[in-house]
Design a protein. Structure first.
Length: 173
């Protein structure tokens, strides 16, 4: 009995140590992802122009990057909600917004007509192979990043609920 209790206690202590290590690593990797610079990935915009991702931030103004797909209803709600505030944010903070379509195949042909139809003034990038999505560790959409004027990621948010766009403003200064 005593031997079994000792083994059980040792297993419990090992689990606590593993849990603490996992927590530490999670916090460390989260902090790294929050302040990491943009990856060196090249995408095309909806007009076929090449855009080097690691060159879009760090010009003294904040940048918003939003991953979306044309079929994603929460993505559309988020982009429409941000659109209502975007011109004010541009005037107040000089912010630039890049929306990155994760649509693949035939769906990627729907991006330009959708954006034009909405009248969005965003920079629209295509990531049909998921290269930027993987490089930025985007697991699901909508997923939004805010970069400060130095090009460092200061806000990272997954999903959308009404009002989430108001949280972004806190990081645009």
């Amino acid at each position: 009995m005593k031997g079994e209790r000792k083994i059980s206690k040792l297993k419990g202590e090992k689990l606590k140590v593993k849990g603490i290590l996992l927590l530490f690593l999670s916090i460390f990797s989260f902090q790294f992802s929050i302040y990491a610079a943009l990856p060196s990935v090249t995408l095309k915009d909806v007009n076929g122009k090449t855009v080097q991702i690691d060159q879009i931030g760090g010009k003294g103004k904040p940048v918003i990057i939003s991953f979306f797909a044309t079929w994603c209803k929460p993505c559309m709600r988020e982009l429409k909600a941000i659109d209502e505030l975007y011109s004010d944010w541009q005037d107040e903070y000089g912010v630039e917004m890049y929306i990155v379509s994760t649509d693949q195949g035939q769906d990627s042909k729907k991006v330009k007509p959708l954006v034009d139809g909405q009248g969005w003034e965003y920079h629209v990038l295509l990531d049909p192979n998921g290269e930027l999505k993987r490089a930025m560790n985007v697991q699901s959409i909508p997923h939004i990043f805010v970069l400060d004027g130095k090009g460092k990621t200061v806000f990272n948010h997954v999903g959308y609920a009404d009002g989430d766009e108001l949280e972004i403003r806190k990081y645009l200064h």
